[in-house]
Design a protein around this ligand. Structure first.
Ligand SMILES: Cc1cc2nc3c(=O)[nH]c(=O)nc-3n(C[C@H](O)[C@H](O)[C@H](O)COP(=O)(O)O)c2cc1C
Length: 591
């Protein structure tokens, strides 16, 4: 096959930073009134929030600095439990995160809970330019707006509990690296909650403040909030792995129960426009048997026996604009109690089939990868990566047959996100468009829905278990940038990619609430790419801004059944020399 420059698409915008979306009016879409099914609302939302060459999804169109939301939620009046900052420099190798549980698991204590939140959701640095400073965190966020809030429901451990051995609901405050005690739970209630689970288990929950993201991004913000939840879920899973703990999503819990468990349903504690939407609950345990958690009895909402304290801070002095379609899609994707998803992974590759080179090597520590992860703000347009590094990164994105591969052991469904790759600079690999089918059974259908002229050649020397295919050779740098809202980072990396969701079939199979899960899965893929880039000595960046239908056109996808849900770029970063990096916490300076 001849190599050629793959042409940008008609009507492409000039390259460079995307402009903020045009001002939009959240006019009624006829689907908010109750006559539409939840699935119709989801599909209408998805269509409506696409970016097009000629029109971005509706947003305010400018930054309303007067109403900028506070990125830090606090509960005034709640007791605060300061977590001692863990000593830096833990030698645990990065590769060990993936090599099965670390033995023995750390006992649950003030120190281990502190380390867990440090790795999962804490601040990792402050950046400074002139008089302006802003924090970065272990979990990334679209626009660094951080709509995701973290919670834990913990037994009394060491100095975390109150005298009298009480369990409690905590909110994690990243700026302080502290837990705010939102509710005290009596012993009977705690036993009721945890009785089905192994000794030493506890819960973590995630919620979203949609307003934080909508403030800047308008209607598309619900998508970004869900991406961020996916990144945070992977971050929690990875943190748990570093302590030798398992983590599994409790996918059968209803959002009503989850809101009650985390105290998010308490009208009296929140301003009406700044409520948090319950997203997910996960169980963490030092000892979870496989197969996981399919037969446990469901959790129940709190009744009596719980004493709440604290009131949520106001995040913005006022809200200049509301985004009713976000409320509509949030409502349409709320989950009722359901049976846990159980799926068969026996046709998936084994670890040996996925990794050509042994995975038990490398000098990077888990801590350096987790706390050092950063988004590249620009890529250098020259760094190439080895084929071995490329194959290893992609292999990490596939669940193994035994379902032991972290973080895919945390979610029970087979992959619904597949990868369309724009390969620019991978040594020994022709530049061009490639595909990675994250579920090997989906290769045939992907062949059918994409361009008929794609060649679908197996990549030579690629590990036998890696479903990676060359579709078309050619220089696709301009194409990659163009479809990513003209962002040069997508063309200047070693490779960039589109995460293509098996969309309508997922909604039909699991219900409209699974719209959120598709973004979570995409965010989890992204979080692994971030850490894998650290391992390869380069950087990655999530790309939420892309032109939806032009991406589909690039792959020849005409059916609405398959939709791009997220983009990513990986490559050699250009550091911004104007920025100074400061420690995340003052006490770090003394270490
Ligand atoms: C869902 C999501 C979408 C993002 N979209 C873009 C994007 O379109 N362009 C970009 O340059 N960075 C994008 N980013 C990167 C964020 O700007 C970055 O995560 C944030 O500034 C925090 O920096 P950090 O990742 O170094 O912690 C995105 C990140 C996420 C998680």
């Amino acid at each position: 096959m001849t190599s050629h420059r793959l042409s940008p698409l008609p009507g492409e915008p000039s390259t460079g930073e995307p402009s903020t979306g045009e001002p939009g009016t959240p006019e009624r879409i006829g689907l908010l009134e109750g006559e539409a099914s939840a699935e119709e609302v989801v599909v209408a939302y998805h269509e409506r929030t696409k970016h097009h060459f000629h029109r971005y999804a509706a947003s305010l169109g400018y930054m309303d600095w007067a109403t900028q939301p506070d990125p830090f939620r606090r509960y005034a009046g709640a007791d605060i439990v300061r977590l001692p900052l863990p000593k830096a420099g833990r030698p645990l190798p990065y590769w060990q995160l993936y090599a099965g549980a670390i033995v023995p698991p750390m006992p649950l204590s003030l120190a281990s809970v502190s380390l867990f939140f440090r790795y999962a959701l804490s601040l990792t640095a402050w950046k400074q330019v002139g008089d302006t400073t802003w924090p970065l965190r272990a979990n990334p966020s679209s626009g660094n707006l951080h709509p995701t809030e973290g919670y834990a429901v913990l037994p009394a451990v060491g100095q975390i509990g109150l005298i009298g051995e009480t369990a409690a609901v905590y909110h994690y405050a990243p700026r302080e690296h502290a837990l705010e005690r939102r509710a005290v739970i009596n012993a009977a209630r705690w036993t009721g909650l945890t009785e089905p689970f192994p000794e030493g288990s506890f819960f973590v929950g995630l919620s979203s403040v949609h307003w934080r993201e909508a403030w800047k991004y308008g209607e598309r913000a619900f998508r970004y909030c869900q991406h961020d939840v996916g990144h945070a879920l992977a971050s929690l899973r990875i943190a748990a792995a570093a302590l030798g703990w398992r983590l599994v999503l409790l996918d059968s819990v209803s959002d009503g129960t989850l809101s009650s468990l985390l105290g998010l349903d308490r009208d009296e504690d929140f301003a009406a426009t700044e409520r948090e939407e319950a997203d997910l609950l996960a169980l963490i345990s030092p000892d979870l048997p496989a197969p996981l958690l399919t037969e446990f009895k469901p959790l129940t909402a709190h009744g009596g026996g719980v004493l709440w304290q604290g009131r949520a801070n106001t995040l913005s002095p006022e809200h200049s604009v509301e985004w009713p379609v976000i409320d509509a899609v949030a409502q349409a994707t709320r989950r009722c109690e359901s049976s846990p998803i159980k799926e068969d992974f026996s046709g998936f590759p084994s670890e040996d089939e996925l990794f050509a080179t042994p995975i038990r090597q490398g000098l990077l520590t888990a801590e350096t990868a987790i706390l050092g992860r950063r988004s590249a703000v620009a890529m250098d347009g020259s760094t190439a990566i080895s084929r071995a590094a490329f194959f290893r990164m992609l292999a990490r994105l596939i669940p193994t047959q035994e379902r032991r591969a972290m973080p895919w052991d945390a979610i029970p469904w087979r992959p619904r996100i597949h990868i369309g790759l724009f390969v620019h600079r991978v040594d020994g690999l022709a530049p061009g468009i490639y595909a990675l089918a994250r579920d090997p059974d989906k290769v045939d259908i992907l062949k059918r829905v994409m361009h008929s002229e794609f060649c679908w050649h197996r990549v030579p020397d690629c590990p036998p278990g890696l479903p990676l295919y060359l579709l078309q050779e050619g220089d696709c740098r301009a194409l990659a940038s163009t479809v990513s809202c003209g962002q040069n980072i997508a063309g200047d990396g070693a490779f960039s990619l589109a995460m293509i969701a098996d969309y309508m079939d997922s909604l039909a199979m699991y219900g409209s609430g699974f719209y959120r899960n598709l973004f979570w899965e995409a965010g989890m893929v992204g979080q692994l790419l971030y850490l894998e880039a650290e391992e390869a000595g380069i950087r990655a960046t999530g790309i939420g801004c892309y032109f939806d239908d032009p991406v589909h056109a690039a792959f020849g996808i005409v059916s609405r059944e398959w939709q791009s849900f997220y983009h990513f770029t990986v490559g050699g970063p250009v550091e911004d020399s104007r920025l100074t990096t400061l420690p995340a916490y003052n006490s770090e300076e003394q270490q």
